[in-house]
Design a protein around this ligand. Structure first.
Ligand code: GRF
Length: 203
């Protein structure tokens, strides 16, 4: 499955996808990595893996819409069949989401619908929840609001800081995100996020 990734920062999820694809443990071929941040570590990781990268710097475009048009055109030229958001710090506009002829997935470091948006781990600590986790979901026009595909919980410990909680969640992210991609690639996911019901033989 020809796969694109959008990332704005560190790129540990991207690296996990690079490693699994290289080992043949996930049926994806990474064909495009896009970013809004020219200095993103994710871009360096993609370049070292020989994946075509492109930066879409907001200041270079007259509007968010024209920027997203260029991004979509590039992904279509790369014949992307699946787009993975991995620490991409921008909300994709309605025209991008509706214009994309491929599914778009995102991973978010909370148990949605709790704590959408920025600093989800800090929001969880501030609220005082005892359990948090991560969510893989389809991307729609809203903020972390599309149909949920997979979730996994982690405990929030009394002595946790934003860093320790983020690290605990990140370990789970690196396992949950590829599981969701595997489900999608094997045709076992409906657009609602539900698993396709098994067909009875002969039907
Ligand atoms: C992850 O915590 C992910 O859930 C969130 O942004 C972070 C990205 O981390 N959307 P990385 O850049 O993949 O290391």
């Amino acid at each position: 499955m020809r796969t694109g990734v959008l990332a704005s920062g560190r790129g540990s999820n991207l690296q996990m996808f690079i490693d699994l694809a290289q080992k043949g443990e996930l049926p994806i071929e990474l064909v495009a990595v896009g970013s809004d941040q020219a200095g993103a570590q994710a871009l360096a990781r993609a370049r070292s893996a020989g994946i075509p990268v492109r930066v879409f710097t907001p200041a270079d475009y007259p509007s968010p819409h024209t920027r997203e048009e260029s991004l979509l055109t590039w992904l279509q030229e790369r014949q992307v069949e699946l787009l993975l958001l991995a620490g991409y710090m921008r909300i994709l506009g309605e025209r991008f989401v509706q214009g994309a002829d491929f599914p778009i997935l995102n991973i978010h470091p909370s148990l949605l619908p709790a704590f959408p948006g920025l600093h989800a781990q800090r929001q969880a600590l501030d609220y005082g929840v005892k359990v948090s986790g991560c969510t893989v979901h389809f991307v729609d026009e809203g903020l972390d609001s599309g149909p949920i595909i997979a979730q996994e919980a982690v405990p929030v410990l009394p002595q946790d800081t934003e860093e320790t909680l983020s690290a605990r969640i990140l370990t789970v992210e690196h396992r949950l995100y590829p599981e969701a991609v595997r489900l999608l690639a094997s045709g076992q996911l409906e657009r609602s996020g539900r698993r396709v019901a098994e067909r009875k033989s002969g039907s």
